[in-house]
Write a protein that binds this ligand. Structure first.
Ligand code: PLP
Length: 248
């Protein structure tokens, strides 16, 4: 299937999920996750109206964004969605418009000092609400049952929100891989309720909920996702990563 065919299916599915819960499809931002795919695939998706792209590795993104910028007629919006190592922090702000994977106050602080004067870097806080050990993010599994967990997390969010050069816009999560996508619903609902509780506690708007990938985005949208991050359903299966592939 072509990227064009894939995109029209994904857009139709987004429309259907929104209709199920009476949401405006315009309230969901689709991010094409282009990791492991070539600049020409990005340009093809851009020619089909895609504006938001997601990458998870700094070196790969550096090469790809540079190549795409040289050829793309319209400016694209790049989202960092992968774990950021300390030694890579300085490379982030020049490359990306949004960082969705802020997983510690320490990382937020380092990012904040790397943002050029007069610019604000939009960020999301990554939260692990599923309890899977492999997942990055602030651990917040039992926040509804355990008040101390919520208090500690709310304090961290408050600290992240207070960095002047960062604009905290909301939360991001990854659901576990499951057999039946309905099993992801409580995970997405838990992130939405956590966001609501944080807004109440901190008196801070957190409009964005980035949740939902190829296998689970319709459920995520029904549970309130404002951003979905979709790779395989748009670009097909991921290529094998060759970190020094000059085409990536
Ligand atoms: C790879 C990735 C995605 C996209 O995954 P698909 O299953 O290909 O849609 C979304 N979010 C994050 C954080 C990722 O690393």
């Amino acid at each position: 299937m072509s990227i064009a065919e894939n995109l029209s299916i994904v857009r139709a599915q987004i429309g259907k999920a929104c209709a199920n819960v009476n949401r405006d499809p315009g309230s969901v931002t689709l991010i094409a996750v282009s990791k492991t795919h070539t600049p020409s695939s990005v340009l093809e998706a851009a020619s089909l109206g895609m504006q938001h792209f997601g990458e998870n590795r700094v070196e790969e993104a550096q090469r790809k964004i540079t190549a795409v910028k040289a050829q793309s007629p319209s400016p694209l919006i790049w989202h960092m969605i992968g774990h950021i190592q300390s030694r890579k922090v300085r490379d982030i702000a020049p490359l990306f418009d949004v960082v969705q994977s802020v997983d510690s106050v320490r990382l937020a602080g380092k990012l904040a000092t790397s943002v050029p004067a007069l610019r604000k870097l939009k960020i999301l806080i990554e939260v692990n609400v599923s309890g899977e050990e492999s997942k990055q993010g602030f651990s917040c599994v039992r926040w509804q049952e355990d008040k101390a967990t919520f208090d500690i997390f709310a304090q961290s969010v408050h600290e992240v929100a207070s960095f002047e050069s960062l604009q905290l816009a909301g939360l991001m999560t990854m659901a576990p891989i499951v057999e039946d996508i309905e099993q992801t619903r409580p995970v997405f609902a838990r992130l939405r309720l956590l966001r609501d509780a944080l807004q109440q506690r901190l008196g801070l708007p957190l409009p964005e909920l980035s949740m939902g990938m190829t296998d689970d985005y319709p459920v995520a949208i029904e549970e309130g996702a404002t951003i979905v991050r979709i790779g395989r359903a748009i670009f097909g299966e991921r290529q094998i990563i060759q970190t020094n592939d000059p085409n990536l």
